[in-house]
Design a protein around this ligand. Structure first.
Ligand code: NDP
Ligand code: 2IT
Length: 447
């Protein structure tokens, strides 16, 4: 059978079955295209219908989330949990609260999570959840009531050995706290059913920092393999949330100057290097807009419009905000300005056209599945600590995270080379992530 045709036929079914979900189609296409040489080498995967099974979630849960706002008005949101693939472990993946959330976003994120989780080397399957609820501008009381309503339904489907959610966009320590409190109250169980918990009730040291730190550990390996390092480099980090702040922190620690960061309204440029204490205070403590930064650091500039952050001249770009934030035009601007590495902290932040431009121009490209896997890897370490009823020190967790990221880079580089695509870490990540899941699915029969 012609593998290209086979992949196209699977994609046709995916599109027919999941109409109006372009982000999901994008994520599946990107993975399947890079798996062609693996499927050539393993006809038994095709015979076992492995790809047809892989693209279909094991379970999709969709529910009403009613809550009462501060004015006494009833609000209704929609909640989702997609339990995508449990071949190598319990479903694991974050929950996103953002007005743009619909089934296609959760499906793309859940699909990506399968391969990312496999790359960590830890026993976690793929899942994702979320809601179209917008935490922005809501009081703590409103966020709490929403989280309690969301968990009242979600608790029926999750558990420490079944499905373990965590944070993502719009879900941080505050939301995880409210979700955990409600789970415990309804189930009367004190278990590691969520990760990203606070340190006083079962959270892991270094989980908050893990995605951003892990991104820099991965990127440092990629730079090193190509005769470079973060030292003295100008870095642009998009976003100013959990991933962005700790990516900027670690890049700075590794000797880089972070010259720009953003939120959905605009970006700041600070030639002296972003003052991260000021940034953390604005974003983590006050939950304010990034435009506030220039009030405290008057030598910096604020520009309306987040997309223009990619016009800032840099050596290394770390997109850490959201999907499709780097389009072809932004990629070309980065290239023209001399950027030589793009490494993805967000999930699917580069459009296919952007990736083609970046790779075509010979830039180093660190794909999200590999580069941002440090967050979920440390979540898995939180699960281990919860099961042992024990806590490792910050240094212990950080050292394990570092080892995991070094190993992920090595695995991506070796897999790309083995299948004739040396230097294509995106293909390497897809292949390495896929093979473990494929072997587990083959061993478990047609399920
Ligand atoms: P946060 O909610 O903490 O921060 C998100 C940041 O991105 C904010 O600065 C936000 O700006 C900006 N942003 C969100 N949506 C948009 C948009 N549509 N356009 C422009 N900017 C936007 O989320 P995280 O930092 O946790 O997540 C960032 C990315 O990293 C996501 O893609 C997520 O899936 C991914 N990720 C997260 C992990 C984690 O452990 N948290 C692990 C691996 C990946 P504003 O405040 O204005 O909305
Ligand atoms: O996209 C991701 O990997 C996350 N949002 C983190 C998931 C997790 O379970 O820690």
């Amino acid at each position: 059978m012609d593998i290209k045709q086979y992949i196209e036929s699977v994609m046709e079914t995916v599109k027919k079955r999941n109409p109006g979900e372009p982000e999901f189609h994008q994520a599946v296409t990107e993975v399947l295209e890079s798996l062609a040489p693996v499927l050539e080498a393993h006809p038994e995967y095709v015979e076992a219908g492995l790809i047809e099974r892989l693209v279909e979630p094991e379970r999709i849960i969709k529910f009403r989330v009613p809550w009462v706002d501060d004015n006494g008005k009833v609000q209704v949101n929609r909640g989702f949990r997609i339990q995508y693939n449990s071949a190598i472990g319990p479903y694991k993946g974050g929950i996103r609260f953002h007005p743009t959330v619909y089934e296609g976003i959760i499906k793309f994120l859940g699909f990506e999570q399968i391969f990312k989780n496999s790359l960590t080397g830890l026993p976690i399957g793929g899942g994702k959840g979320g809601s179209d609820f917008d935490p922005k501008g809501k009081s703590n009381g409103e966020v709490m009531r929403f989280c309690q309503s969301f968990m009242t339904e979600l608790q029926k489907y999750i558990g420490a050995d079944t499905d373990v959610p965590a944070g993502d966009i719009g879900v941080g320590a505050r939301e995880i706290g409210y979700l955990f409190g409600q789970y415990k109250r309804l189930r009367d169980e004190y278990t590691g059913v969520l990760t990203g918990k606070g340190l006083t009730y079962g959270g892991s040291l270094a989980r908050k920092e893990a995605t951003g730190f892990g991104l820099c550990y991965f990127t440092e390996e990629m730079l090193k393999a190509n005769g470079k390092s973060f030292k003295g480099q100008r870095v642009v980090v998009s976003g100013s949330g959990n991933v962005a702040i700790y990516a900027a922190t670690k890049a700075t620690e590794l000797g880089a100057t972070v010259v720009a960061m953003s939120d959905s309204n605009g970006y700041i440029y600070d030639a002296n290097g972003v003052n991260l204490e000021v940034m953390k205070n604005i974003k983590e403590v006050r939950r304010a807009r990034i435009s506030e930064y220039v009030k405290e650091v008057p030598s910096a500039e604020y520009h309306e419009g987040c997309r223009n952050i990619w016009t800032v001249k840099c050596d290394v770009a770390l997109p850490c905000a959201t999907q499709n934030e780097i389009d072809e035009e932004s990629a070309k601007t980065l290239i023209a300005n001399g950027c030589y590495a793009v490494s993805e902290g967000a999930n699917m932040p580069s459009t296919p056209e952007a990736i083609a431009a970046i790779q075509g121009a010979g830039l180093l490209f660190g794909p999200a599945k590999a580069a941002n896997a440090g967050g979920v890897a440390t979540s898995a370490l939180e699960m281990s600590q919860n099961s042992m009823r024990y806590s490792w020190t910050f240094e212990e967790v950080d050292a394990k995270l570092h080892g995991i990221m070094v190993n992920i880079f090595k695995n991506c580089a070796e897999s790309a080379e083995k299948y004739g695509m040396a230097g294509n870490y995106a293909a390497g990540a897809n292949i390495a992530g896929f093979i473990k899941v494929a072997e587990a699915m083959m061993a478990q029969g047609i399920v």
